[in-house]
Design a binder for this molecule. Structure first.
Ligand SMILES: Cc1cc2nc3c(=O)[nH]c(=O)nc-3n(C[C@H](O)[C@H](O)[C@H](O)COP(=O)(O)OP(=O)(O)OC[C@H]3O[C@@H](n4cnc5c(N)ncnc54)[C@H](O)[C@@H]3O)c2cc1C
Length: 397
């Protein structure tokens, strides 16, 4: 089976990349462990993805945005950050005058379904679902991708989008810096008595971190971060006990809360690959940059990387050039590193500081919030990063 490009992993990043190559005339294979049914109708996985303006525009370009029902897109008008027991708030509401939201929340399973639909609509894309990549050999002359069922695929470029714990990255001998925060993030939906007014809240409390992400109606995504042992107890609670616990932990700020979805727990491990490319080989999505979810950038970066590599590959293909050439891949690596590393490092530093409960750190946590509020250029910079508006104004609807 001969292809131009083989993508290992049909998650949101891999399928976005495949969609971005539609119409290029290149033969693209996506190998994904999950069955076609699971890809076509993915189940709720708890994640509500905060999309920047750039990402909404990118999904529009791919045609994926049309597959996301409008009523499932929730605007995030403002973000507030709180620390410990203090009611002092740092708020980001750059659109106060223009009415433009900070970003939009869409459930991850709806994004996965949307990019599945755009990728599979293209005759250039072959989806090999229920199949697993077990080995890759890359050389200047070409690549060989082995599947666990014995099939062998030929390609001119192999792209690994196979999770932050990427097996292909390891097999290619690419080291990655990993940071285990020793905590687990639990995500689910809750309904509540009071209105959220489309304000997202990140509360770095002592002993727990809670984010409340506004969903259309009187509902939110409840995001609780705790040490793993404590989380086991929370996950084992029945619905009523959990709802009462969530209300208590959030100090009744939104009135009584009720669990209205399944609960999902994710270990907090961040990953940054030391190299993003090798001979005829590139990392994409979480396999290249596995972000801490606190600044909500993982998929936004995955989408950006997919667009960046697809653009280069399309140009090369259009000129009859080599789509896996070293300079092309190096240029993708440079751009993606520049786009992601400052935010990756700043996010990890923030997550470390706000997980530290010793007295000097408690004082620093408070000082950062107050100083941030007093420095408009700092707030503008953070807002710009959160929104990634980049001159593009996106109107949803
Ligand atoms: C709680 C939480 C909240 C988040 N919130 C946000 C947010 O607000 N904004 C944001 O931008 N990002 C957010 N993210 C990050 C976002 O979910 C990820 O960045 C994104 O899902 C990564 O997509 P991916 O395709 O790279 O990897 P994955 O989603 O991990 O998909 C990888 C795919 O590869 C397949 N695979 C693996 N190995 C093989 C193999 N050998 N052969 C075949 N297939 C293979 C897997 O089955 C899987 O389908 C959040 C993450 C979490 C955990």
């Amino acid at each position: 089976m001969e292809f131009d490009i083989v993508i290992a992993g049909g998650g949101p990043a891999g399928l976005s990349f495949a969609s971005a190559l539609a119409g290029s005339g290149l033969r693209v294979a996506v190998v994904e462990r999950q069955t076609e049914n699971d890809l076509a109708a993915p189940g709720f996985d708890g994640r509500e993805i905060a999309l920047t303006h750039r990402s909404v525009a990118a999904l529009r370009e791919l045609g994926a945005w049309d597959h996301i029902p409008e009523e499932h897109v929730s605007a995030m008008r403002e973000a507030q950050v709180l620390n410990g027991g203090s009611s002092y708030t740092m708020s980001f509401d750059p659109g106060r005058r223009t009415g433009e939201p900070l970003g939009y929340l869409v459930a991850n399973h709806l994004i996965r379904r949307a990019v599945y639909l755009t990728a599979t609509a293209s005759p250039d894309v072959t989806l090999l679902s229920g199949a697993s990549v077990s080995g890759v050999q890359t050389a200047e002359q070409g690549c060989e991708v082995r599947l666990a069922d014995g099939r062998v695929l030929g390609a001119r470029l192999v792209v690994a989008a196979d999770t932050r714990f990427s097996e292909l990255r390891r097999r290619q001998g690419i080291p990655a810096k990993m940071q285990d925060f020793g905590r687990v993030m639990m995500v689910c939906r809750v309904s509540h008595e009071l209105e959220h007014d489309h304000v997202a809240t990140e509360w770095f409390d002592y002993g727990q971190t809670i984010a409340m992400l506004p969903i259309n109606g009187r509902a939110s995504s409840f995001v609780l971060t705790l040490p793993a042992r404590e989380m086991d107890t929370i996950m084992a609670m029945d619905e009523d006990a959990f709802s009462a616990e969530a209300t208590r932990r959030y100090r009744c700020r939104l009135g009584e809360m009720r669990l209205i979805s399944t609960r999902h727990a994710y270990p907090l491990v961040t990953v940054y690959a030391e190299r993003f490319v090798g001979t005829r080989f590139a990392l994409m999505g979480d396999a290249a940059v596995g972000m801490h979810p606190v600044t909500a950038h993982g998929f936004n970066f995955g989408l950006r990387g997919a667009a960046s590599l697809a653009r280069r590959v399309r140009v090369a293909a259009g000129k009859g050039g080599d789509i896996g050439a070293g300079p092309l891949l190096s240029s993708y690596e440079r751009e993606h590193r520049l786009a992601t590393f400052p935010t990756y490092a700043a996010t990890n530093a923030t997550a470390r500081l706000y997980a530290d409960e010793r007295m000097p750190a408690r004082l620093a946590r408070d000082a950062v919030l107050r100083l941030g509020n007093l420095l408009p250029p700092f707030k503008r910079m953070i807002s710009a990063r959160l929104m990634e508006a980049g001159g593009r104004r996106v109107v949803v609807g």
